[in-house]
Design a protein around this ligand. Structure first.
Ligand SMILES: Cc1ncc(COP(=O)(O)O)c(C=O)c1O
Length: 388
C-alpha cells in the first residue's frame, strides 16, 4: 500500500528508507515552512515580535493543542519535549522517605533516570512493577499492576505507548483502577508516542499529569512538547528554569504564566504545533490512522512470516497501532541496526529489551509496502534466512 499524495509532503533524503518515525519524526514541508515563517517574523524585528506578538502566538497555538487533546487550555504549557515536562513534575512534587515511586518495567530509560535521581535526593524508593511477559488483555495488565501494589506508592508513572516495546497500554483502565483503589496516588502518563497516533482525551483520562512530545507522530517541529497538569496540582508546579515567567512589565499570576517566558529563546516550534494539527485534519485523522495501522498490520504479518518468532502483545494494531514490533530469532543483534543502515539505507531500530532482540518498525503515512519489502529482503539476507 501507498499514499503518494500524502507522502509527497515530506522531503526525506532519497538515500534513506525511514522506518524510525518513533524515535525522531520528520515534519511535512508545510510545517517546516510555518516554523521558518515564525522565525522570519522574529529575526526581522525581535523587539516587536517578543514584546507585542510572542505571547499571543503562544496562547493561540496552545488553544489549538488544547482542542486537539481535549482539555481546557489553561491546564497546558508548552515544553521542549516530554523529558522537560517530566523534569518539571519531578522538580515540583514533594517526596519523603516513606514514599515509593512506581513505574512499569516498560518505561523509557531516561524517565527511569529522572525518578531515580528524584528518589535519591528525597530518600524515597523506586519500585518496578512487572507487566506480564506475554500480554493478552487489558484486564490481565491491570490485575498484574494491582497485585504488585504497595500502600506507600505515592507516584505512579506509565507510558501511553511504550518506547522499547511499542505497546499501547490500556492507560484508561489502569488509571481508573488506581483511582478507585488508591485515590491518594499521583498518576503521571508519559505520552510522547500518543498525539495523532491515538486519540488523546485528557479530561476523560483523568490523570494528574501528562507529558508528551509533539515532534513525534504529530510531526510538529523538533523541540515542541507539552505538559498537562490537573487543576488540583497546578499551584505546586514550578519551572526547572526560573526566569521572568512573562515578559516585563507583565508578571506571572496564574500557574502557566510562569512558563511563557523562560529566557530569550526561539519558540517557533511551539507556534507551529497548530499547523501540524491542521495538516493532518486536512487529510482526515481517521483516514491517516487507518492507513498507518493497516500498513503496520501488514508489516507485522510479513515480519512474523519471515522471522517465525512472536510478539510480546497480540500482533495487531489494537496493541501496536502504527508500529510493528517483532522478536528477532538471534541471540545477538547488536550490529544489525548499523548493517541495515550501511548496507541498505534502512533506518530502523533494533531494540534489546528483556534479554531479547526486536525489530521496531514505524509505519507513518509517508511509508509504504515497497519500503517494507526492502526491509524484509535486507533482514532475510542479514539474518541468513534465505529459505523464508
Ligand atoms: C515513552 C517515551 N518517553 C519519553 C521519551 C522522551 O521523549 P523526548 O526525547 O521527546 O523528550 C520518549 C522518546 O522516545 C519515549 O518514547
Amino acid at each position: 500500500m501507498k499514499w503518494p499524495e500524502l507522502a509527497q509532503h515530506w522531503s526525506i533524503r532519497p538515500d534513506t528508507i525511514y522506518l524510525n518515525h518513533g524515535s525522531f519524526g520528520p515534519s511535512p514541508v508545510e510545517v517546516l515552512q510555518a516554523k521558518r515563517n515564525w522565525q522570519d517574523k522574529l529575526d526581522s524585528q525581535p523587539m516587536d515580535f517578543f514584546v507585542r506578538q510572542s505571547e499571543a502566538a503562544w496562547l493561540a497555538a496552545r488553544h489549538a493543542l488544547a482542542e486537539f487533546i481535549h482539555t481546557h487550555e489553561d491546564n497546558l504549557i508548552f515544553v521542549e519535549n516530554a523529558t522537560a515536562g517530566m523534569n518539571i513534575i519531578a522538580r515540583s512534587v514533594a517526596l519523603s522517605e516513606n514514599d515509593v515511586v512506581a513505574l512499569t518495567d516498560h518505561e523509557y530509560g531516561a524517565v527511569q533516570r529522572i525518578w531515580t535521581a528524584k528518589c535519591q535526593t528525597s530518600r524515597a524508593q523506586m519500585k518496578t512493577l512487572q507487566l506480564p511477559t506475554r500480554i493478552e488483555s487489558a484486564d490481565q495488565i491491570v490485575k498484574a499492576i494491582l497485585q504488585q501494589w504497595d500502600e506507600r506508592i505515592r507516584i505512579f508513572i506509565v507510558s501511553h505507548i511504550t518506547s522499547a516495546t511499542a505497546i499501547h497500554l490500556p492507560v484508561a483502565d489502569i488509571l481508573s483502577a488506581i483511582r478507585a483503589a488508591f485515590p491518594q496516588t499521583l498518576t503521571i502518563v508519559d505520552g510522547p508516542h500518543a498525539p495523532l497516533h491515538v486519540d488523546v482525551n485528557l479530561d476523560q483520562l483523568g490523570c494528574d499529569f501528562y507529558t508528551a512530545s509533539c515532534h513525534k507522530w504529530l510531526c510538529a517541529p523538533l523541540g515542541s512538547g507539552f505538559l498537562f497538569v490537573h487543576p488540583h496540582h497546578q499551584h505546586q508546579i514550578v519551572p526547572t528554569q526560573l526566569s521572568w515567567g512573562r515578559l516585563l512589565p507583565a508578571l506571572p499570576e496564574r500557574w502557566f504564566e510562569q512558563f511563557m517566558w523562560s529566557g530569550t529563546r526561539d519558540s517557533s516550534a511551539y507556534y507551529s504545533v497548530a499547523t501540524a494539527i491542521e495538516f493532518f485534519q486536512q487529510w482526515k485523522i481517521d483516514q491517516v490512522r487507518q492507513y498507518m495501522f493497516a500498513l503496520a498490520d501488514e508489516t507485522t504479518q510479513r515480519l512474523l512470516h519471515l522471522l517465525q518468532t512472536d510478539t510480546i502483545a497480540p500482533p495487531n494494531s489494537a496493541w501496536y497501532g502504527a508500529m510493528s514490533h517483532v522478536r528477532l530469532p538471534v541471540a545477538d543483534a547488536a550490529n544489525l541496526q548499523a548493517r541495515l543502515w550501511n548496507g541498505y539505507g534502512i533506518e530502523v531500530p533494533i531494540v534489546h529489551w528483556g534479554e531479547r532482540w526486536f525489530v521496531r518498525v514505524s509505519n507513518h503515512v509517508y511509508n509504504d509496502s515497497d519500503q517494507v519489502t526492502r526491509l524484509i529482503n535486507a533482514l532475510r539476507t542479514e539474518l541468513d534466512l534465505t529459505r523464508s
